[in-house]
Ligand binder design. Structure first.
Ligand code: FPP
Ligand code: MG
Ligand code: MG
Length: 436
């Protein structure tokens, strides 16, 4: 598909950065065996939305320069030991995009005047996040038996299931090497957790969940359960609050976790990490700064990290809600999605169905029955599509996506105004535009 098809075009600030993203990823993915090389690079050949790299690069630009240790990691980075690197992943290909101007000591005074600079480590993080995402897509298209991806034949239909799985594993391996080279344990931990979260979300989607186990998990706090539900006693019970909660938990794990944790990781690489700041306090670096100012910096950086996480989390949930909504619109075919009601065919009761079931719990629509048998009965998919379209399900899903989009915007309040912050706001709008 062409560039103009992307709803995220209106973000010129970092278009150059996105151009280099793909070629850098290609450099990270060179494999000795031609089959492995082809499958690993396959999904990077088509134009993607690159929403995860966008979040990371913009969050970096928006928060850089507000930490006294901004830019310090870069020095360590260029001095690192490069022994044991396999060809053709040469040390040069890993490092050749590093801007030498960013090395050396950066005082907080000079840092604040260059607040829109994106560090090489943050660019690398954007590449790592996209590699993890594409690894999950390679596995996902095997699991979903999906023939199409972004309007073209999927990897499994081109290379087969076995190579697709191995290609995804290879991507995770190379992403891990690049991640380790960032030399920041907080960041490694965050991204490793994301990989586990993606798998947890996928299994939760595949196997369902013991909704009883969700009690007391704190997860219900981000969903206001409908007031009129008396599920246990009603003759025609609607969905329980736990149906919504587990849907949202799955959504967080499978989509929002990567956006949330990599946005947080971007701020850590920008000098807002707790570990690095503690070291700074314990060292000469913080010498001339009063204890109170040091404390204020700690509090400020914690707010920045949390803001980045909250932004990514809410944007991710809004993004997936919109995606789930589009599954019920025939226009989605033009987005390269396989077909109307694809999620239903996979047995998935997403937000539009849960809302429709809540509105029509009665025997005429029989939604409970169909949800429970995963729409596998004769005509279930068609009947559910009709029920969703006569209900407020799509409107309420859009409304709920807007709620999360608003939360994402609000999270940015603690970040100083800048071009990058304005672009992060536009990105929120871009996610919602897909349902306008
Ligand atoms: C796309 O969702 C899939 C995901 C967001 C995550 C899938 C995760 C796994 C398969 C677990 C393995 C993870 C790794 C890191 C190897 P979708 O099927 O709803 O959307 P689609 O329309 O893009 O296929
Ligand atoms: Mg899929
Ligand atoms: Mg899937």
């Amino acid at each position: 598909s062409s560039k103009s098809a992307s709803p995220f075009d209106a973000i010129p600030l970092i278009s150059d950065d996105l151009d280099s993203l793909r070629s850098n990823i290609m450099n990270l993915l060179g494999a000795g065996h031609p089959s492995l090389d082809s499958v690993a690079k396959y999904y990077f050949q088509a134009e993607g939305k690159h929403i995860r790299p966008l979040i990371i690069l913009l969050m970096s630009a928006a928060t850089n320069g507000t930490s006294p240790i901004f830019g310090h990691g870069t020095t360590r980075h260029e001095e690192m030991d490069l022994t044991g690197v396999d060809e053709p992943l040469s040390p040069k290909s890993i490092l050749n995009d590093y801007n030498p101007n960013l090395s050396g000591e950066v005082s907080s005074a000079s840092a604040s005047s260059s607040s829109s600079v994106i560090l090489p480590t943050q660019r690398r993080l954007a590449e790592i996040a996209e590699m993890i995402h594409v690894a999950s897509l390679l596995h996902d298209d095997v699991i979903d038996e999906s023939a199409l991806r972004r309007g073209a034949p999927s990897s499994p239909s081109t290379f087969g299931n076995k190579l697709s799985i191995l290609g995804g594993d290879f991507l995770l391996g190379r992403a891990s090497v690049a991640l380790a080279r960032l030399r920041d344990n907080e960041v490694v931990e965050l991204l490793a957790t994301v990989i586990a979260n993606l798998v947890e979300g996928e299994v939760m989607q595949m196997k369902g969940v013991d909704v009883g186990a969700l009690h007391g998990s704190g997860l219900t706090s981000f969903w206001t359960p409908p007031q009129d539900l008396s599920a246990a006693t009603s003759q025609f019970p609607g969905p329980t609050p736990e149906h919504f909660t587990s849907y949202l938990q799955k959504t967080y794990l499978k989509t929002a976790s990567l956006m949330a944790k990599s946005a947080r990781a971007a701020t850590i690489l920008g000098g807002h990490g707790e570990g690095a700041l503690n070291q700074w306090r314990a060292s000469q670096g913080a010498g001339g700064i009063s204890a109170q100012e040091q404390e204020e910096q700690m509090v400020h950086s914690a707010r920045v990290r949390d803001a980045a996480y909250t932004y990514g989390r809410n944007l991710g949930i809004a993004f997936q809600l919109v995606d789930d909504l589009l599954d019920f619109k025939s226009t989605s075919v033009s987005f390269g999605k396989p077909s109307l009601g694809a999620d239903l065919r996979l047995g998935l009761a997403t937000a539009p169905v849960l809302y429709a079931w809540q509105e029509f719990p009665g025997p005429e629509e029989r939604l409970k029955e169909m949800v429970e048998r995963k729409f596998e009965g004769e005509g279930d998919v068609e009947r559910t599509l009709l029920a969703v379209h006569k209900s407020q399900g799509l409107a309420r899903t859009a409304e709920f996506a807007r709620h999360h989009a608003d939360e994402a915007s609000k999270a940015l309040d603690v970040i100083p105004d800048s071009e990058a912050k304005a672009a992060l706001q536009r990105l929120v709008g871009g996610v919602l535009d897909r349902v306008k």
